[in-house]
Design a protein around this ligand. Sequence first.
Ligand code: KIV
Length: 271
Amino acid sequence: MSVHQQIKRVTTHVLQEMKLRGDKIAMITAYDYSIARILDSTEIDVVLVGDSASNVMAGYETTLPITLDQMIYHGASVVRGISRALVIVDMPFGTYQGNSKEALQSAIRIMKETGAGGVKLEGGEEIVESVERILSAGIPVMGHLGLTPQSIHKFGTYVVRAKEEAEADKLMHDAQLLQETGCFSIVLEKIPATLASRVTESIKIPTIGIGAGPQCDGQVLVLHDMLGITQDFSPRFLRRYHNLFEEIKGAVTVYINDVKKLDFPNEKEQY
Ligand code: KIV
C-alpha cells in the first residue's frame, strides 16, 4: 500500500516520504469550500489555493491584482472543506518581495487566518531572505521556479522558460538554494522536461511540475482548466478531463426552457 493511502492527514513529511518511495504526488488548485469538499472525497495529496484565483475567480488578466485579504478569504474557505490533503496558500504579488519583515507578517496572517499548512512563494535567490524569515517562524514554504506568473511583466510572455543554458543554470542553482534554505518542495512551471528531470534528481525535496514533464515527483493542474470550465487557455501541457463549460451551459439552458414553458416547478416541487 502506498504512503498516501495509509495516512489520515498529508504533511510535508509525508510528501518527503513519498519522494523517497517514488510515490507520485497529486496537487490541484481550489479557491472555495464547495470544491474543497469534493476534493476532500478524493485522495488528492495537496490542495493549492493558487493566486491563479486572480484569473479564474476574479477575471483579471494576470495574477498581480489579487490581494492578501482576498487570498486569505479563499484560503480559509478551502481549509474549511479539507480534512486530509495538505493545503498551501500562494503569497500574492507584493507581499513578500524585497521586504522580509513584511513577508513574515503576510505569511503569519495567512497561517493564522486560514489554517493552511504552508505558503508558496515565486522566485529563487531574490526572495531567499524572505523565505528564511518565514521559515524561522516555523511556517512551511513551497518554492516556485521556471515560469513565475507574478513576473509576467518582466518576462513579457508565458512561453517556456529556461531553454537557454544561462537561465537553466540559474534555475538549478535556485533549486539548490531553496532546498538549503529549508523549503519542503518546489513547483517547476513550464520548463523543458529534461531540465525538470535534472532538478528533480539533484535535490532531496519533492518537485511538483506543471508543464515540466513526467519526471517531477508530482504534478499540479489548475482545477478549472482540467475540468474545462475555462475555455480560452489551452497550453500543450494541459490535459482536459472534462468539458464542464458545455455541461453547465447545457444544464442551465434546459433550466431556462423549463421555467419559460412553465414546466418548473412541477407539483412535486412546491409546498
Ligand atoms: O496559482 C497557481 O495556480 C499556481 C499553479 C499554476 C502552480 O501557482
